[in-house]
Design a protein around this ligand. Structure first.
Ligand SMILES: [Zn+2]
Length: 97
């Protein structure tokens, strides 16, 4: 993929996103059709305030939704990655392929 040109996101957002994730080696295609494997350094917790309207906006803008809310949460309060409001949970967002 290193020498292939990534299409513009304005042309086809889904294809652009997939190409970008593969080129950045954040994920790779799985042997099961329609599935991708997120590499260990391809994901991270993000602070999330839990607001369902904000989650819907993230979904509309990125097609990603919350996929996992780990039981083992950090102490403290962070800033929601979407709206910057105080957040006490970290969650994983991901897109389905
Ligand atoms: Zn928020």
């Amino acid at each position: 993929m290193a020498s292939e040109k990534i299409i513009p996101g304005s042309e086809n957002f889904s294809d652009w996103y997939n190409q970008l994730v593969i080129a950045a080696e954040l994920a790779d295609y799985a042997p099961v059709p329609g599935c991708m494997v997120v590499r260990p350094y391809g994901c991270a917790y993000t602070w999330w305030c839990g607001d369902s309207e904000g989650e819907q906006k993230v979904k509309e803008e990125t097609k990603a939704t919350t996929r996992c809310i780990p039981r083992d949460q950090p102490d403290g309060v962070g800033s929601c990655n979407y709206c910057a409001e105080p957040a006490t949970e970290k969650v994983y967002f991901a897109r389905a392929y």
